[in-house]
Design a protein around this ligand. Sequence first.
Ligand SMILES: Nc1ncnc2c1ncn2[C@@H]1O[C@H](COP(=O)(O)OP(=O)(O)OP(=O)(O)O)[C@@H](O)[C@H]1O
Ligand SMILES: [Mg+2]
Length: 257
Amino acid sequence: MEVITIGNNKGGVGKTMQCYQLSCYLANKGHKVLVIDLDSQANLSSTFGVQIQRTLVPEWLIGDVGINDVIVKPEMSGKLYKNIRLIPASRHLSNLSKLLILSEGEIRKEAGRKERLLRKRLQDANLDFDYVIIDTPPMLGDELIMSLVASNRVLIPTQAQDYSIDGLEELMDTFEIIKETENPSLEFSIIPSMVNPRRKIEQARMEELSQSFNITPMVRNMVQLQESISTRRPVCVMGAKSAGRRDYEELWKSLNL
Ligand SMILES: Nc1ncnc2c1ncn2[C@@H]1O[C@H](COP(=O)(O)OP(=O)(O)OP(=O)(O)O)[C@@H](O)[C@H]1O
Ligand SMILES: [Mg+2]
């Protein structure tokens, strides 16, 4: 089972889009996929047709309920969705950090540190999935850190713009600390996201990015991708000529997915 986090502390860079497209692509290929929405905005959950009043994810992480109490089926018809299960989010997830502090004593006894909780829950559950895909909120908080500790790799969508590139440094520092302390085999890939390759400034930023990092093929900015979310139609089921599908397929191939 491979665990993949999609993360960037910068908001609106295409994390949830990446999670949706990747989960559907893998499921469409016949893989069993568990999608975990760790963002209290719950955008990914609603894209899978799931809106819940109150997520039990904090209780699951703390150990008060089992994984079967948090896993649901997507509320979507279509063959590929049969291969997907979802741990949905809701607003209540924004209390996670507070709840973790309240349970500090128990967590220390059971997992040692709160950062290890998600990894422990996934390991203890003995899951029958090929992939776990985790969407995370736009901040360097407990959700993202726990996900990095639990993952084999992190995919980092990044826009080819100044502030996005500056923000990467903070994320890479965290990545390095986690690699050195909790998860030495963690790998990362930087994905240029929502790129307008005709804009000179974005070309220059892409060039800059590629000097500092080994970047993947880009996903361009396309109305078609916004429509893919609003119509709940992932690019993997679009025609072979679809530009969105081509960008994503090239990306996934480069990532050996
Ligand atoms: N390649 C793209 N082309 C056009 N629109 C895109 C693309 N990727 C994402 N979008 C749109 O941009 C908006 C932000 O994308 P998304 O929600 O995936 O970002 P995010 O990083 O998850 O945001 P947040 O940090 O708030 O969770 C959405 O409306 C989405 O449909
Ligand atoms: Mg998001």
